[in-house]
Unconditional design. Structure first.
Lengths: 330, 447
């Protein structure tokens, strides 16, 4: 054999089969059932919203590729993933201007400043959602965040013709407040899970998608663990005066708020804007969880995920500094 | 027993695990490199045209960290000159045209003694040029000289080898277990450590059983011996990580010898030490796993140093299919060869031949900060940050980020989904820092 045919490079000579493209493809696959459910439930409006978000998200990236003389097929899966993620956080009845503005802003935040260490305080989805809430929300209440496909006006906890089904219905329905005060009542609430109910089905799909991504190692579970712990601790502190079972019910209620779950599974775990070390990521998640409970308690908005995450993200460089390690120093 | 980070790699041992250890064909020509170990290379002790016999010293040690080089064959010295080294450098080598092998060549004495002092062991290691593969191929006599009895708390003998395709340690351990255990008991009797730990990975079940039986047969001799099952993760074989796993505490390089008083050696070193003590046989052989889907007949080969990689590959039936890469000493920490005319050296343990279709060929993409490298780094570093510092050219900042703690295991590059060669950046930074320090020192001296 001709010796010059041998390839020479530095070790290692093998790589993990998990590539960047595969990670984002798996994430797209995981979110697809949620998107399909939204389209099934809300119809053509939802599909139009998703397509509009995707178009304006991909437009700058396509233009950049064309200017560099590359093929459109070279566009990374990362673009499609962020487009779908953004679409799934859109408020009910979002105007197309809002969708277009948000998608363009998201593209700028995701792809252009990513080389800069300092700009890791920006979680793109959270910042864009806050921007849209402040710019387009009619009431202009500071903590009145946009309501997404899976909550608010489009999420109906009272399915027509059936007033007593579903775990989430039971949690939110004041008529069952007496049930919330006893341990047996809480267990009874949990056993009322109704997969045919839109809200509960979407929550189930979020959980299934997250577990799928965890098993495929395409998402980081540390911030999620922190979020649940932070939420539980904050809820326990805020509501401790009302008894243990009330605290448990509030924790379950907040934890299963679909935007909290969606944010802590897919938005909080954004690679770029989370801290480097495992312990820092758990703490980052805990900060998000705690802020979520606090903002929900002191505002009239049900979903405060975006603002909680935008505030938590500003602490990322500090958390990195606190938890940085120089290795096994002599 | 475990350590933070690391990875379980697919071992791919099925190609060669059941193959017997075969002797390499006697070479017609060998090229013995004078840099077989870390430290100062040996200096040629023969002239071209000289006749040498098997085991003769052909390279004399020079400096504190050095050892002699012995002739692996009898023959005539053809030339002395620069040759390619398997570890990406050139060094002096002695080419010997080998005589046909004869029985007389193999005659060695046998030392009946069953007890040796540490000085005798050190002397035998020095005379036979035994090298220690655990501490980056340092001459063994340099590592153990100065050790006093009872000054070592823990003697750890590693049977660990968790890289894909390589299992020469397991092969040697099965075939030469008696010799290895005897050598360990000689060293243990000389040093009198509090404990002797035999570190064996979980997956080497047959070896664990064999060692267990051995210990059970002679409990009196092996009373402070203990088998420690360690994780299958790579790079468990690294001495710092091995000590950390067994002692269950973070261990640094200086603390290894000073605080914890650990001496770590591996099974192949113990085997060569046995040959040195009992037969006075210099280390002139290496045990290789010749494997990979690009080789026609994968095999376990016992070859002499100085034999060419091309000869070994020819003995194993040559290449199979389109071959892109021939890697010596492991796919994670080894060296891809640009020529098959590189000669083997003592620390070599494998030749892995990779067909073109099995190599991952995608180029580097932008870092997406997935933190997989941070979570996997066994030394607790931030490889992504070190890569960023290196590529930005600010190499002096890397020192503060702990770059010298990096053991260049390659785990970060393996796990990176963006296929960034972080190991390359770190090695480059280390070199740049060293050059800068040398330049500064020279400038200070000239002033």
């Amino acid at each position: 054999m001709n010796q010059f045919d041998l390839a020479v490079s530095i070790h290692p000579y093998i790589h993990s089969p998990l590539s960047k493209g595969a990670i984002f493809l798996n994430r797209l696959l995981a979110l697809s059932p949620l998107a399909l459910l939204a389209v099934y439930h809300y119809g053509v409006m939802a599909l139009a919203a998703i397509l509009t978000a995707a178009f304006f998200m991909l437009l700058p990236s396509y233009a950049a590729l064309k200017l560099r003389g590359r093929r459109l097929a070279d566009i990374e899966h990362e673009n499609y993933y962020y487009a779908l993620l953004f679409a799934l956080t859109l408020p009910a009845g979002a105007s197309y201007y809002m969708i277009a503005a948000g998608a363009l802003a998201l593209n700028l935040l995701v792809f252009f400043p990513r080389g800069s260490d300092a700009l890791r305080i920006i979680n793109p989805i959270a910042v864009v959602s806050c921007f849209l809430a402040l710019t387009f929300n009619e009431k202009l209440y500071f903590f009145n965040g946009p309501r997404a496909f899976m909550s608010g006006a489009w999420f109906n906890p009272f399915p027509s013709g059936n007033n007593s089904c579903g775990f989430l219905f039971n949690i939110h329905n004041g008529e069952f407040s007496a049930v919330r005060e006893s341990a047996g009542g809480v267990a009874g609430l949990l056993s009322g899970w109704h997969p045919g109910h839109y809200g509960e089905l979407s929550v189930t799909l979020i959980a299934a998608a997250f577990i799928f991504l965890l098993l495929k190692k395409c998402v980081d579970g540390a911030p999620f663990i922190g979020a649940v712990v932070g939420l539980s601790a904050a809820a326990a502190l805020l509501y401790c005066g009302r008894g243990f079972n009330a605290v448990m019910a509030e924790i379950i209620s907040h934890a299963f708020a679909s935007m909290f779950l969606f944010y802590s599974c897919f938005v909080l775990t954004d690679y770029y804007s989370s801290p480097q070390r495992y312990s820092a990521r758990v703490l980052f998640g805990a900060l998000f969880g705690a802020l979520f409970v606090i903002l929900c308690h002191y505002s009239d908005g049900r979903d405060c995920s975006a603002f909680s995450l935008a505030i938590s993200s500003s602490f990322v460089p500090l958390l990195d500094d606190i938890f940085s390690s120089g290795g096994r120093r002599e | 027993m475990d350590f933070h980070g690391g990875l379980k790699l697919p071992l791919n041992h099925e190609l060669t695990i059941d193959k017997p250890l075969t002797l390499a064909r006697p070479p017609k020509k060998v090229c013995v490199l004078l840099s077989q170990h870390s430290g100062s290379p040996a200096v040629a002790a023969v002239e071209p045209g000289a006749r040498v016999r098997l085991f003769d010293v052909i390279g004399a040690s020079i400096g504190a960290v050095s050892c002699d080089v012995h002739a692996p064959v009898s023959g005539v010295v053809e030339s002395i000159g620069d040759f390619v080294h398997p570890y990406y450098k050139y060094c002096q080598g002695i080419t010997i045209a080998a005589d046909p092998p004869s029985e007389a060549d193999q005659t060695l004495g046998f030392n009946e003694a069953e007890r040796f002092s540490i000085e005798e062991i050190c002397d035998a290691a020095r005379k036979c040029s035994v090298i220690d593969t655990v501490s980056n191929n340092r001459p063994l006599h340099v590592k153990i000289s100065g050790l006093k009895p009872e000054a070592v708390n823990y003697l750890i003998v590693s049977f660990v080898q968790n890289e894909p395709y390589i299992h020469n340690m397991e092969t040697i351990s099965h075939i030469y277990l008696d010799e290895i255990m005897s050598s360990i008991s000689y060293l243990s009797a000389a040093l009198m450590p509090a404990f002797v730990f035999l570190a064996v990975p979980y997956h080497m079940i047959k070896l664990i059983t064999a060692i267990d039986n051995k210990l059970a047969q002679n409990r009196a001799s092996y009373k402070n011996f203990k088998i420690v099952r360690v994780t299958d993760k790579y790079p468990q074989a690294n001495e710092l990580l091995l000590a950390s796993s067994i002692l269950k505490t973070r261990v640094t390089q200086s603390a290894l010898a000073n605080t914890h008083k650990c001496l770590i050696l591996d099974a192949s070193t113990m085997f060569h030490l046995y040959e040195a003590l009992k037969f006075g046989k210099p280390q002139i052989e290496c045990h290789l796993t010749v494997s990979g889907y690009g080789i026609t007949k994968p095999a376990n080969i016992k070859a002499r140093i100085g034999a060419f990689i091309s000869d070994i590959i020819e003995q194993c039936g040559g290449f199979c299919g389109n071959v892109n890469s021939v890697v010596v000493d492991g796919l994670m920490s080894g060296y891809s060869q640009f020529t098959l005319d590189a000669p083997l050296i003592k620390p070599n343990r494998s030749i892995t031949v990779i067909p073109t279709e099995r190599l991952s060929s995608s180029g580097e993409e932008r870092c997406m900060r997935c933190k997989k490298c941070v979570d996997s780094c066994p030394m607790g570093l931030d490889p992504a940050r070190l890569n960023f510092i290196s590529r930005s050219g600010a190499h002096e900042k890397a020192e503060g980020a702990g770059i010298y703690s990096c053991i260049e295991c390659g785990v970060c590059s393996y796990i990176c989904p963006s296929r960034i060669n972080i190991t390359h950046s770190i090695i480059l930074s280390k070199k740049m820092i060293m050059e800068t320090n040398v330049r500064r020192r020279n400038n200070d001296e000239s002033i």
